[in-house]
Design a binder for this molecule. Structure first.
Ligand code: TTP
Length: 400
């Protein structure tokens, strides 16, 4: 069976992390999220994939090529402008001739569920019982039959959500060709599926585990979930007087220097230097070529490659882009004194602890302090001793 993965979206909610890469290439445990999804499908016995790419498609193509290095056979279809999920699926019209799996590329699913969904009767929708259905499209059912699909609303009609995973048949392309633009100006897959709902043909498959990765703070949860299964392994060098607790993975060419204390799960990529005297707490992923130096502390964060956190820094519950540099003493706060949920701009992270979202190439002057919920645009330069809060656009010079 072929598996179509939608990977063309820009991921506006993930900005500025998606300034220079598509959302699906953002890492969980140092691997693009779409690689984890593909690996789950491979474990479920699927080897043929069609990736629908568009926004920064070169990043996906360069990383995966034809898939042979990953034990997969990947073809590509292109969605030129991001006009919705049904439009993205339409890019594979003519490429599939039988039942196929369709997965949103920005989510986490396990192999058992992919296997179960692919063995269902088409058309079938993967659904998940969510504790916060108001954040998703919700469906209603009678037995296994879908009776309604509803947009995200503050008063959902139940707790079963549309997980963005489907078993479909080629007849869907005929339905898509008759779709009209939705109110938000997109061709929506859910509108196409309503055709099946009206004839009583769409059934559900209940997923046992699921996570979507639409917002930056979802990356932290999904990263932590990935790291739960981390098998520790030391491929680099660990100097004397280093304490490693829990699962720690250290990549080739990396060194953990004396006095460093790591509470896993923690994955450190290749050619990194950690310490002397660094403190890293789980669940943290550090990309290739990073430096975490003396008296720097990291906790529950995702750090993209080539970033330097070299002297007396604190980063908690944050997502940090690539090629950033933290001046000595610069820190990111992750808790409000009134303990209220952290707001990131006008969005509620629904987390009591959240630090910042930092784009690529941000330079922090010494002793700069970042307030919880800050979103700092790619290429921004923060002046020394500056208090950073709110939203900062790409390439801004901030502070004195
Ligand atoms: P969304 O999360 O709805 O959209 P997005 O990924 O562009 O993110 P944002 O809302 O933050 O802008 O997309 C769900 C999936 O569908 C995701 O895997 C990306 C994919 N997609 C496309 O491939 N093409 C599209 O035109 C859209 C809207 C989404």
């Amino acid at each position: 069976m072929e598996c179509v993965i939608l990977a063309a979206g820009e991921g506006k909610r993930m900005r500025p992390l998606t300034t220079s890469r598509p959302k699906v290439m953002l890492p969980l445990a140092n691997r693009p999220m779409i690689e984890h999804l593909m690996n789950s499908a491979i474990k479920a016995g699927i080897t043929d994939f069609i990736f629908v790419v568009g926004y920064h498609e070169e990043a996906v193509r360069e990383y995966f090529g034809d898939g042979s290095e990953f034990g997969a056979n990947i073809r590509y279809a292109v969605q030129r402008s991001q006009r919705g999920t049904a439009d993205a699926l339409n890019a594979v019209k003519g490429l599939v001739s039988d039942d196929f799996l369709l997965l949103n590329g920005d989510m986490v699913m396990n192999a058992e569920d992919i296997s179960g969904l692919s063995g269902a009767v088409s058309p079938c929708m993967g659904v998940f019982k969510s504790s916060h259905p108001q954040d998703y499209g919700v469906i209603t059912t009678e037995g296994k039959r879908v009776t309604g699909i509803f947009e995200k609303t503050s008063e959902p009609k139940g707790d079963l959500i549309n997980a963005g995973a489907y078993l479909l048949e080629p007849g869907i392309f005929g339905i898509i060709s008759n779709l009209e633009l939705s109110e938000r100006g997109e061709f929506e897959l859910t509108d196409a599926l309503m055709e099946y709902v009206s004839t009583g043909n769409l059934t559900t498959y209940a997923l046992s585990e699921w996570g979507d990765v639409g917002e930056p703070w979802n990356l932290l949860d999904a990263n932590a979930a990935m790291l739960e299964n981390l098998e520790g392994n030391i491929e680099g060098e660990v100097e004397d007087f280093v304490v490693l607790k829990g699962a720690v993975y250290l990549g080739k060419g990396s060194t953990i220097r004396s006095g460093t204390y790591i509470e896993g799960p923690c994955v450190i990529g290749e050619n990194c230097t950690v310490g002397p005297h660094a403190y890293i707490r789980g669940a943290t992923s550090i990309g290739d070529n990073c430096h975490v130096g003396h008296s720097s502390e990291l906790k529950n964060s995702v750090i993209l490659p080539d970033t330097k956190i070299p002297h007396f820094n604190y980063i908690g519950d944050s997502v940090i882009g690539s090629k950033c540099n933290f001046g000595a003493g610069s820190k990111i706060a992750n808790l409000r004194h009134d303990k209220r949920d952290i707001m990131a701009g006008d969005r509620n992270t629904k987390r009591r602890k959240f630090g910042a979202v930092v784009g690529d190439g941000v330079l922090f002057g010494i002793n700069s302090s970042v307030n919880p919920g800050a979103i700092i645009g790619s290429g921004a330069a923060i002046a020394p001793c500056t208090l950073v809060e709110g939203k900062i656009s790409d390439n801004t010079k901030y502070g004195r």
